[in-house]
Ligand binder design. Structure first.
Ligand SMILES: *Cc1c(COP(=O)(O)O)cnc(C)c1O
Length: 458
């Protein structure tokens, strides 16, 4: 058996969960239209739908919440968060937001004009949505290895530098109001970006006078991977690496629901005074006064403490070790997963696992349903249900690179026994996988269909 990192915490508060029997699970799944988003959390045993806002806060974070200052303006909580963000990220300004997409919305509003291009390694879907909403054109330029499931490249999240140069050359720097990088690169499986790649990207953007923003949701996991994998970085602390990463950028958006281990929160940080002024004006319109953004004082305090805890190296070794453990156990059952495993999730290659199910019959959806029926485990499909699109011009279906099912690990929440349960559930499914059938869609909305679509087994 692969080794499991012992938890660097003990459990002080528990939340009961229960396991329904198979008949009850089948009834729940039918009611949900065979869509895991339609399930009630009470009907789930191990919930790996997302790592976003689902982590366990520490005793210190809960204690900090009691110190929350709910003053409308100038609250102590704001200044504690300002101290944390200033000392970790080093940016001169920030505004709190209720979550990551709100920070993206404000950034897009103040910087992007219709028709402009925004390159990144891979934009997250909400970032892409906010750019499109402003009439901008999000462009993904990840290295080709990112699309190769079993390629063990240590920094599969990297930007393809030659393509970035050629892209800027082609559209012209004037048409690019900002450039981005997502760390870790969520869209390709939570894969890290190397410090060297960040340096090069920063140099390219700077040479062309393009402001550089990091999508920093999982910056701490990314910094930890740099420490573990990048030559010459093993003597640096994760915090020093993070500081070097942010020194290369002009600002950052962050969903604090990831590496700051809070249930809700985010921020937009930057150095530029003029941009800060504009962001404050937008913030007041959309989120709230600049010293609270979309959050209450107690949220700001939990976030300030969570930022430091998310950088703790024993915690990071455990978090990344949990993902690696689950990935290895799945591989041992013959289940193909994206390698190396990312920081926050294990991605099963459902297309390779269920080759008898065609892409138009949604192998990822079939596997996500099966995981629930077999063990009450909730995962999420990130394949053709989520991403396939009919091309507007040709009318042909455009499929994503892979048919994936993601098992995201909420931080500090599940134990080794839970992960063993998930792996063994998958093991039983693997043993009878040829019996699994595909699905057809009976209802779908125009956009973001995976959240509300309904299905029928074939
Ligand atoms: C979650 C996430 C976001 C959006 O954050 P929300 O808090 O969900 O609005 C943006 N980028 C990445 C990489 C994310 O993982």
């Amino acid at each position: 058996m692969p080794s499991y990192p012992a938890e660097p915490f003990r459990i002080k508060v528990v939340e009961p969960i229960r396991s329904l029997d198979r008949a009850q699970r089948l009834a729940a799944m039918r009611t949900a239209g065979y869509n895991v988003f339609g399930l009630r959390s009470d009907d789930i045993y191990v919930d790996l739908l997302t790592d976003s806002g689902t982590g366990a806060m520490s005793d210190r974070q809960w204690a900090a919440m009691m110190l929350g200052d709910e003053s409308y303006a100038g609250a102590r909580s704001f200044y504690r968060l300002k101290e944390a963000i200033g000392s970790i990220f080093g940016f001169r300004h920030f505004v709190p937001t209720h979550q990551g997409r709100a920070a993206e919305n404000i950034l897009a509003k103040v910087l992007i004009q219709p028709g402009q291009f925004i390159p990144s390694n891979t934009h997250f879907d909400t970032t892409e949505g906010n750019i499109l909403d402003r009439g901008g054109r999000p462009t993904n330029l990840a290295i080709p290895e990112a699309a190769e499931a079993s390629n063990p490249h240590p920094f599969k999240g990297n930007m393809d530098l030659a393509r970035l140069e050629a892209f800027i050359e082609r559209v012209g720097a004037k048409a690019i109001p900002l450039g981005m990088m997502t760390v870790t690169n969520n869209g390709v499986g939570g894969q890290p970006v190397s410090l060297e790649n960040l340096r090069q990207v920063s140099a390219i953007y700077r040479r062309h006078g393009i402001p550089f923003f990091l999508d920093a949701c999982r910056y701490a996991e990314n910094a930890f991977f740099i420490q573990q994998r990048e030559p010459g970085c093993d003597k640096l602390t994760v915090r020093e690496i993070a500081r070097q990463m942010f020194a290369l950028a002009d600002g950052a958006t962050m969903s604090a629901k990831k590496d700051a281990i809070v249930n809700m929160g985010g921020f937009l940080a930057m150095n530029d005074d003029d941009l800060f002024q504009k962001a404050c004006n937008e913030l007041i319109l959309r989120e709230g006064f600049p010293t609270y953004g979309g959050l209450s004082g107690r949220d700001l305090d939990a976030l300030a403490v969570g930022l430091y805890e998310g950088l703790d190296e024993a915690y990071l070794a455990y978090q990344v070790g949990q993902t690696a453990y689950l990935a290895q156990r799945l591989l041992d059952f013959g289940v193909p997963v994206i390698q190396p495993p990312g920081g926050h999730a294990v991605y099963i290659d459902a297309g390779a696992f269920l080759p008898h199910i065609g892409r138009d019959e949604y192998p990822g959806q079939a596997l996500a349903v099966e995981l629930y029926l077999e063990g009450g485990v909730r995962s999420v499909e990130l394949g053709s249900v989520a991403f396939a699109r009919k091309d507007e011009h040709s009318g042909e279906m455009v499929y994503p690179l892979m048919e994936l099912v993601r098992l995201a690990l909420p931080r500090r929440t599940y134990t080794q026994a839970h992960l063993d349960f998930v792996a063994e559930t998958m093991g039983r499914i693997a043993a009878r996988k040829t019996e699994i059938r595909g699905y057809r869609i009976t209802y779908q909305p125009r956009l973001m269909r995976h959240f509300t679509a309904r299905f029928e087994p074939l």
